[in-house]
Design a protein around this ligand. Sequence first.
Ligand code: LLP
Length: 430
Amino acid sequence: MHSFRYHQGQLFAENVALQSLAEKHGTPLYVYSKSTITGHYTRLDAALAKLDHLICFAVKANSNIAVLNTIAKLGGGFDIVSAGELFRVIKAGGDPAKCTFAGVGKTRDEIEYALKQGIYCFNAESEAELHYINQVAGELGVLAPVAVRVNPNVDAHTHAKITTGKSENKFGIDFDQILDVYARVAADCPNLIIKGLQMHIGSQLTNVDPFLEAVQKVIPLVTQVKRSYGIEFFSIGGGIGINYKQSLDSGNVNWWQEHAEVHPLTIQAYADAVVPHLEPLGLRILCEPGRFMVGNAGVMLTKVLYEKRGSAKIFKIVDAGMNDLIRPTLYEGWHQIVPLKQPANATVEKVDVVGPICESGDFLAQNRELPLVKEGEYLAVLSAGAYGFTMASNYNTRPMPAEILVDGDKATVVRERQTLEDILKGEHLA
Ligand code: LLP
């Protein structure tokens, strides 16, 4: 579900023509639709209505403070993985008491900062970390709320780089060791309050089965931990996949229809599968969606700079590179690419859409059928709202793109394009 569509020959985000934004603010440019984010939050919230639940948005997916503010106003909490993300949440008006702090390598500074801000819970990923949080809390004279992340050893059937719930992944504590860890922590760590249990098996899951398998496998453990330590929550993690190949309502010309897929995982199917198992637990259920909330709510706009017709391929050289959107090259991520100007006919040609970075891996799409687009025209890379801007870098000393949030017919610059001076800030001659 999203709010991007062609209207009078132009691609719109809600009521704003994207061409006007590209011309006014330049490219590469990230544009987010507020109503899409709100729609996703509301649907997930409704699907979990039977449970005492808290939606903790995974900030790593999109950390712009205007996006975080949108979610905070809806009542959402946040799943953070660094002091920096907590700092952003607070700047955005989010409530630290609704924040869970995940990640395998929390530093002393981060633990201290999170304790002082009063976060809801640390999701600890090793016994050593639990001892360290206990030590830091003791030194500060406070009690630290903790949950332990279990690695359920369930295959999420997703890309290898975003699978987290197998024993060979660095995340969480082995299923078989969990009860012993809780027992030792309860005995040895007087500065910890044992608050919950957490799991997360991977990202971009497009089938409900691995979720169900993990929930069913972990529930007996949750029951036992609840009985022994009186925990208050169970977090089922994030990972709900989105449809990167959905069709766009485009009127008569729909050349990408052949790519469109019916998405196997709907939010209702997800909830229908897991909620009946979670309800009897009588615990607060946390859910940590990132991509589901913002993925299809964002596009990246880019301009065609040059065309090169080689002997093997046609290259469309655009002004956005792998530094602006790394998913295609890092995860073989497939993003729909469409012209901002609605194509007049269904003619397509097979092209590579490549960026200006000096690497062969710098592409946004390979062997892709695109309508005929000329130099100077704009393209939109769809479903770029999650892990797009947040994974962007200054590689090749390229400024970070600007970000815009559209709300109805209003478009706000929610992050200015970086200047060259910004990039060099803090750098000195020896
Ligand atoms: N909770 C934990 C503990 C996580 O590690 C993650 C994501 C999430 C929640 C949110 O997962 P989501 O609902 O977004 O699937 N950069 C990759 C994705 C990395 C995901 C890392 N962890 C990509 O672009 O596909």
